[in-house]
Write a protein of this length. Sequence first.
Length: 218
Amino acid sequence: MVNEIDFDEILGKYRSDPYDYIDVCATHTGVVRCLVAEGGEVAAPGGEWLHVPGTVLYEITRERNAKRVTSQTNGTIASIRSELDGKFVEAGEKLMTIRHPMKKKEIIENILKEVLFLFPAPERAKYFFSLDIQSRIDKKGARAVTIKTGDEIIIMSLMKRDTPVYYDGEPGVIYSVYFRPGISVNQGDPLIGVCAQDKLPLIQKIITRVKADWDAEQ
């Protein structure tokens, strides 16, 4: 239960290993060629508009078309499946893992994902808030918007068709938003994190505790 969270245990875990481990998988079928080595540093997209690509991780060739895939985060190559280098792989095959050093904000967000109700994307598609929800967010902010089971909260845009998505989780406020309008979200990834009204003080306690502990160590 969310009210039984052991703060010391959770914070101890992040103190001992303040990293996120991100698996990098083949974007589609093809012959893969790894362009980084284990232990190597990789950079995230940069520039004011993130127009500078991140470090090239691998190249995958299908039907003589080669595509280079770049890193979306910064960190170190923690492990790499070197046995796949030069081999044909299926889409979704794990190729390597990046160890990303988390900032305080990311640690808070990770902990929140353990205590909020996460509403997942039903399909890989682009998502938008419904007009009613977006209007309420524009007026008061997401954390002032309360939703309940059966509410039409999001529009799913897939193959030029817009489909309403109805909420089927516990009632509460939209505490976190994990998608950006018009940007594709993978099936199963969280769209929003919802917090019951009576648990808002607990959420604030989490944030205050993390900020205090991490600030004290800097």
